[in-house]
Structures are given as C-alpha cells and as structure tokens.
Design a binder for this molecule. Structure first.
Ligand code: ADP
Length: 897
C-alpha cells in the first residue's frame, strides 16, 4: 500500500466531507432537506461518542483486559435505553431554555451563575484537551503504520508534523462550518451531516474488518469463539466493583461530555428523535463492538509479541496483505478522530467564548452591552479564536506528552473528570433544593480530587507530581497520598479517584445545598427546569401548588415591592384559612393578583406573567423579569417626562404671557412715540407761530398778553413732559437720592390735592377724606411721595366720568406700615389692562384725549419702590382704586441706596 496513495485517499475523503457539510448547510439555509434533521442523522451523529480511543482502543483494551471494554458501551446503552428518565428532560430543558452548552445549562440553572459557567468551562477544557491530543496522536500513529509497513510499526515518518497538519485542517473545517453564523439555537446542520457520514464509515470499516477476521481468516463463528477462549490473557474474568464503576463513569460521561451535550441536546431538532435513538444508538454501539473480541483475539494470535494492540485494527489487515481493508480501517479511525475533535472544538469554543471571552470583552466596554452588530462580530471572532485555541492546546499537549503511551489511559481519566459535573446536573434537573453554592462547592471539591488523585498522577511518577508525593503524600501526610486517599489502598487508581471524587462531590453538594438559600432567580430557574414537563404541557389551566405560589410571590415582589407583595399573599392565605405559608393559587386569587400587578405593569403584561408561571406560555421567566424591569423603567421615565412637559407647559405659558405683555407695551410705545412727537410738535408749532406774531408790530396790549400767555402755557406743557421723562429715567436708573424726614401724611395729601386742583375738571369732583386717620407721621421723602399722590388724585380727576364723581382717600396705619387707598367711582381699569397700566407709556383709551403721556403710574410705581413700599391696583373695588403701601420708618436700613 503506497503511502502517497493513502494520503491521496485521505485527502479526497476530507474534501468529500467538506462538500457534504457545505451542501447540507446550503440546503438547511434554504429550508430544504428535512432528512437533514431526521432521527437517523441524529442517531448517527451521536456516534461522536466513539472516538479513536474506542475505534482503535477498544481492541487494545480487549486484548489487555478482556470484556471490560464493554463497560464503555454499557453506560451509554443504559442511559439511552432509559431515555425517558433523564435524556428526555435534558433535551426538553435544553430546548425550552435555549441552552447552548453544558456550562450554559449549569450556569442558567443556578441563577445564571458566572462562577459555575467558568468552572464547568475550565473543567471541560482541561478534561478534553488531552482527549483531543489523543485523537491527533491516533491519526499520526495510524499514518505511521502505513509509512513504515510492518506489523510493529510504531514510529511515524514525522508524527509531530502530521499532528500539526491534522490540527490545522480540523481547525479550518470547524471554523468554516461551526461558526458560519450565530444561529439562535446554535445548530450546525453541515457539521452534523458530516459527522453522520463519518459514523457510517467507521461502522462499515469495523464490521468489514470483523467479517474478514471471522469468516476470512478465522474460519467461521464457532472456530473464532474457540480462538477467543484459547487466547491466553490474564484479564478475562470480570471484577464486579470495577465493572460497576466503569459503567457508571461512561454513563455519566455521555451525559456530561461537552461534545455529547452538543450533538444530543443542542443539535437536537426534534424531541421525538430521542425515542428512536433510544434503541438505535445502543444498536449502533452493539454493532461497533461486535467484532472487537474476535479482532483482539486474532491479533494476539497472529501478530508477533510486542505488537501494539491499540493498532491491531490496522496492523492485522496489513499483515494479512489486505491493503484495501486496512485503508478502510484507517478511514474509520480517521473519521472517529476527526468527528470527535470537530464537535468537541465547537462545544468548547461555545463555552469558552460565552463564559470567558465575551464576559471579559463586554466588561471592558460597558457601553456596548447590547447585542448590536459589532458585538455579534465580536462573538464570532471569539468563537473562531477559541476553536483555534482549543486545537492549539490539543496539539501542544500532544507535542509535550511526546505521543507517549500515557495518552492511552486518557480516555477514562477524562471521563472521570467530566463526570464531576453530574451531581450538579442531575441535582439541577431533579431537585429544586439544589443551590448555586452547593453546586459550586461540590464541583470544586470533585474537580480538585480528580486533578490531585487522577489527572496529575497520570503523567507518571516523574511527571507533574513527584514520586515522593505519590509514595508518601505531600509533606509526609500519609493519608493524603494521591492514589490512596484517607488510607484506602489497593484500589485501581481510576476507581479510587472516581469513588472519592464522586462521594465528596455529591456529599458536599447536598450538604451545602441544604444549608444555603437560593436567590429568587435561581429558585425560578430551578422550578422551570425541575418542572419542565408540567410547564410546557400546554392546556393545564390554573393548578394548585405551593411551588407556583412561591414563584408568583417572587414575581410580585419584584413588581409591587417586597412588603406590599408579602402583605397581599399573607392576606389571601389568611382568607383561605391557611394560617402559615402561601395561599393556594385559586382562579379568584390569580385574578386579584393580576389586577394588582396590572396597576404597575399594564394588564397585558400582568396576564402574561401570571399565565407564564401558572400556565403554558413559552417565555422564559428571566425574559419576563426583564419585561417587568423594563416596564418599571418606562413608567418612571414617562412620569419624569410628564413632569418635564408640565414644567415646559408652564414655562411656555409664562413666555406667552410676557410676550403678549411685551407686544402690548411695544404697541403702546409706538403709539407713544408718534404721540410724543405730535405732542412735542403741537406746542412747538404754536410757540413758533405765536412768537412770530408777537414779533410783528401793531398788536394791542391785550392781544400781546394773550399770545404771550399761550406761548408760556405751551412751554410749561413741554417742560412738564420733559420733566416726567427725565424723572422716570432717573428713577429707573436708581440714581435718585432721597431727602428723608419725618412728615405728617395729612400735610402731604393737602399739598397733593391743592396741586392736582389745576387739573381740568378737578372742581366737579367731591373729595372725601378722613383727616383723623391721615394724622399719622412717617419718615420718607416728602416731595416724592407728594408726587405719587398728585398723580393718583390727578388721574381720578381726569378719568372719573361718573355723573357725580367722588374721590375717597382712605388711610389705615399700624406701627410698621401705612396703607393709603385712592379710590374714585369712575370706570376703573378693565381687567386685561391692569397688568400694564404701571408700565411706562401705557395709556388706555384714545391717545391725547384726556390724559398725559402714560408715564404717571410708571413714575408712581418707581417712587413707591424707592420708598420701600409698593403700589397695586385693587380690582375688587368698583371704580379706579389704587393702594399704596409704605413703611413708616424708612431710612436708616436699606431702601435709600
Ligand atoms: P397718564 O399720563 O395717561 O395719566 P398714567 O400712567 O397715569 O398715564 O395712567 C395710565 C392709564 O391708566 C391712563 O391713560 C388711564 O387710561 C388709566 N387710568 C389711570 N388711572 C385711572 C383711573 N383712576 N380711572 C380710570 N383709568 C385710569
């Protein structure tokens, strides 16, 4: 058999696998090819359990230890035959919770525990890396057999180079078909199809070889059986304890191995496939192990002493001159190795990237915690890197272990390692009381015992653990000898490690779980998984159960707040006559709870939440909790928005008002400007005209006097206007200085009434005063205050058009302040204008009709302010009514400025 031909066949085979995976992926993407997810393909893909270790190793195992190799198949057979018990639940949980790996399952079950995710991932990587190395070694070894044809072929041409090529090729395949996209359910139809084809190849290869051995050279069944009996080997008899232990180990392994979880749970397209795999997979295992004993016996008989029994599958046909058969066997072994490595790499990379790489990546950039496009890209990158990393690790391990025979025992060692996950897994699926702390503690101690008692010693006395420690224990602690813990000697190392690690693992897991309390999320996830069947059965109606009530309470606490929720439940429990504990989830109570919840989260959400816990909805509890959190956030946000928009509305109103005021004032000002120019112009014109006339001669003395009088009056009007303007600007700019003195109010009002009597129409107004009330004194600026009174009284004279006009001045004084109301019985100021009459230039009615320039009240307001008081309009009095309030003792302190 030329070596190059073999290489060409192997490469063609690989190319065919690529093609198959590619086509299957394409079909699946187009939604075609239902057979891709048929029970047959599913069952065949499960054969990834049978690695090179079982393909080549089973014969070697049988040659060394007889029937014991069967335990490796017995465990899985039991698990699958009883698929109803455990597998069904595992697959159901995996599907309903969208679980992506065994680490994910354990972490989700125990409240999304990061710690547990990382622990299981590390354990899986540690347990699988040597196993991957073993596969690389088997390919290199088997190629070596062909490179140096001969029955004792141990040394390959360059096994390390072969290993590197195989690892690189597998990495390429896995990255290509294992990380095409990020499917929500993490299925890889292309990979599964290729694995199924490989499963057929390895089965056909072993059966063909078996037929050749039994009928080709063995001379029929009976003769072969006789040869088996005759084969001289010490290990034919069965040791009960070891058998039980190994069977348990392989049963645990098929449940916990990352690659098995991948094909069994993650890639499962239909739960019904389990029912078929339940008998079909044991049948496959039976067929593949059928001819192991004959091949082993024949190899022992025909091949020279010292030939490696692990390679009988290849060396036996070669020795018999059956090149084609040997090639087929090689392809079978190659298939076993590659399918294991591919699936293991996918499973491990999912765990490593989800539980180690991505958390670190996301922690480094807190802003990008959403599943946006670039994060998806990052996940894919993380997967690819992890695949390359896993294979690199496997290759390095292979290099470092130097392809030694130590690897041969790796299969069982790895099984015992992953079996440490079993207690946490089974506890998680079947025991609501299992807690995160318990799982972590059990896993931790089991893992530690495994590393110490099995993994490290497996490198031999001069490997990672020194011969001294192996013989006498660390630091002379005899009872801590790795292979004789607590002084138990004489056990096989694998069984010894298995017993101790499992006992401690289970014990610690149970004790710590019982002693610790689960978090709410853990409780909910636990209930979800343990009761997965009740929860997904569909039309179940409202059932009664304290488990539900507990979940409902947890949920209600999240939404209503702990105290209110507890009060509600306690009240209901009392009403139902259950003094202690939780109420039954009766329809009435559920309705009430729903109404209560809907106050916070809306009726639809409340119904969905209650239905989820008590009924059938396929939403995860965690999703719902997130919905609840979100709803709460939205509500807080919207009430904040409401407050903001209220404020905005108020601001807008204020703005509108002041804008209206400004517009009104600006219109007044325009009117004023045109009026003031008119008013300045009118006196100026008449002054000019009359002074020109005065210049003429021939005027009588009477005429001259009259014209001069007009000029004088006009000049006075002008001056007054200019005085007012000047006054106001002085007051407004706070440049005024006050002459403070103690004065009597009555004197000031007298002066004001006198001065105002010059206003036209003053004489017809009756003035009512109470001189006694006015006889109070105060410290103020007498002239300024008089000016205010003049303006107010003058306005009353000007604008009061009542038939018999009356002006009242009412004074009320106490120790601190004096209040003067100036009230007439005229039309008053209409409501809309009350705000603006105090603005300068504001005038109501026709410009120029009776009033001045609209500065009077503005001046009053400024003066009142300067004098430490204020002036307001009194809307409740009929007619024009102004109130001036002043301090009695102005001066020393402040307002003078
Ligand atoms: P003016 O120089 O025009 O009198 P004021 O500032 O003193 O300016 O008054 C502003 C406007 O308020 C007046 O034009 C007038 O229309 C109105 N007003 C003031 N006092 C009275 C009052 N006692 N009765 C009715 N209207 C008044």
């Amino acid at each position: 058999m030329p070596f190059n031909l073999l290489l060409a066949i192997a490469l063609t085979y690989v190319a065919a696998l690529f093609l198959i995976a590619f086509l299957a992926d394409r079909r699946a993407q187009r939604g075609q090819g239902r057979w891709l997810s048929s029970p047959l393909v599913y069952t065949l893909s499960l054969s990834v359990y049978c690695t090179a270790w079982t393909f080549y190793g089973a014969v070697g195992y049988a040659a060394r230890s007889g029937l014991e190799y069967l335990t490796i198949y017995l465990g899985p057979t039991l698990v699958f035959a009883g698929w109803w018990l455990i597998l069904r639940k595992l697959v159901r949980v995996g599907r309903t919770q969208r679980i992506t790996s065994i680490a994910d399952l354990i972490s989700s079950r125990y409240g999304k525990s990061t710690l547990l995710g990382v622990m299981v991932t590390l354990l899986a990587v540690l347990g699988t890396t040597p196993y991957i190395a073993l596969q690389l070694q088997s390919v290199a070894l088997s190629l070596g057999v062909f490179a140096l044809p001969g029955t004792t072929g141990w040394v390959a041409a360059d096994p390390t180079a072969t290993g590197l090529w195989v690892a690189a090729g597998l990495a390429a395949f896995t990255i290509l078909f294992g990380t095409r996209n990020l499917d929500a359910n993490e299925r890889h139809p292309g990979v599964v199809m290729a694995i199924a084809v490989e499963a057929v190849v390895k089965l056909v290869a072993l059966i063909a070889l078996g037929i050749f051995v039994v009928w080709g050279i063995g001379g029929g069944v009976s003769q072969t059986l006789a040869r088996i009996d005759a084969a001289a080997h010490p290990g034919w008899e069965l040791a009960g304890g070891r058998w039980a232990g190994l069977t348990f180990t392989s049963a645990a392994a098929i449940l916990c191995l990352p690659r098995m979880f991948q094909v069994m749970v993650v890639e499962n397209a239909d739960e019904a496939h389990l029912a078929i795999a339940g008998w079909a997979f044991p049948l496959y295992l039976m067929l593949i192990s059928l001819f192991v004993l004959p091949i082993a016996a024949m190899g022992l008989e025909r091949l020279p002493d010292g030939a490696n029994p692990d390679l009988f599958v290849l060396t036996l046909p070669l020795a018999e001159g059956q090149g084609a058969l040997a090639t087929l066997a090689f392809l079978g072994g190659f298939s076993s190795a590659t399918s294991m490595v591919i699936v293991a790499a996918i499973a491990l990379s999912t765990m490593v990237s989800n539980h180690i790489v991505m958390p670190l990546y996301l922690a480094r950039r807190p802003a990008g915690a959403t599943m946006s496009g670039d994060v998806r890209a990052a996940v894919l990158r993380a997967r690819r890197l992890s695949i390359a990393g896993v294979l690199l690790l496997g290759y390095l391990y292979y290099r470092m272990s130097g392809g030694s025979e130590a690897l041969a025992s790796i299969g069982l060692i790895s099984f015992v390692g992953v079996a440490q996950v079993l207690p946490a897994l089974m506890g998680g699926l079947f025991w609501r009381g299992a807690t995160r702390t318990g799982a972590a503690a059990g896993l931790g101690i089991g893992f530690a015992v495994w590393v110490y008692a099995l993994f490290l010693p497996s490198f031999g006395p001069e490997g990672l653990i020194s011969a001294g420690v192996l013989a006498d224990g660390p630091a002379g602690l005899h009872w801590l000898r790795p292979q004789a813990l607590f002084g138990i000697v004489g056990l096989d190392p694998v069984i010894h490690a298995l017993v101790w690690s499992m006992l401690l693992n289970i014990g610690v897991f149970c004790v710590v779980s019982l002693a610790s309390f689960p978090s709410p999320l853990e409780r909910l996830q636990g209930a979800q998984m343990v009761n997965v069947f009740e929860r997904t059965l569909g039309a179940r109606g409202w059932s009664h159960g304290s488990a539900e009530a507990e979940d409902l309470l947890t949920m209600a606490q999240r939404i209503l707040g702990p105290s209110e929720a507890r009060a509600l439940f306690a009240e209901e429990a009392r009403a139902q006559g259950k003094a202690d504990g939780l109420p039954d989830t009766t329809p009435e109570f559920l309705g009430r709870l729903e109404r209560k919840l809907s106050g916070s989260v809306g009726a639809a959400t409340a119904h969905a939440m209650v239905a989820q816990i008590t009924g059938s909805a396929a939403v995860q509890v965690e999703d719902l909790l997130r919905v609840a959190d979100e709803a709460q956030q939205i509500m807080e946000y919207s009430s904040r928005l409401e407050a903001q928009s209220d404020e905005l509305r108020r601001t807008a109103k204020a703005l509108r008002e002041s804008n209206a005021k400004l517009t009104a004032i600006s219109a007044q000002k325009d009117a004023f400007l045109s009026q003031i120019s008119h008013e300045l112009r009118t006196p100026m014109t008449s002054i000019r005209a009359f002074s020109e006339i005065l210049r003429d001669h021939g005027l009588t003395a009477v005429e001259r006097e009259r014209y001069a009088g007009i000029v004088h009056d006009e000049a006075i009007r002008l001056t007054r206007l200019l005085d007012d303007l000047l006054d106001l600007s002085v007051l407004e700019n706070a440049q005024v200085s006050l002459n403070l003195a103690e004065v009597r109010l009555v004197d000031l009002i007298d002066r004001a009434v006198d001065a105002a009597s010059a206003v036209p129409g003053a004489t017809r107004v009756e003035v009512r005063r109470d001189r006694d009330a006015e006889a109070v004194s105060l410290v103020t600026d007498a002239d300024r205050l008089t000016q205010v009174f003049i303006n107010l009284i003058g306005n009353a004279y000007k604008y009061c058009d009542a038939a018999s006009p009356v002006l009242s001045v009412e004074v009320v004084a106490d120790a601190e302040t004096i209040r003067v109301d100036v009230i007439d019985n005229g039309p008053g100021i209409p409501p809309g204008a009350r705000d603006i009459v105090f603005e300068k230039f504001s005038r109501l009615g026709e410009p120029g009709a009776a009033g001045g320039a609209g500065l009077g009240l503005a001046i009053c307001r400024e003066i009142a302010h300067r004098l430490g008081g204020r002036i307001v309009y009194l809307p409740e009095r009929e007619g024009g009514a102004f109130r001036l309030t002043l301090p009695r003792g102005l001066g020393l302190a402040d307002a003078a400025e």
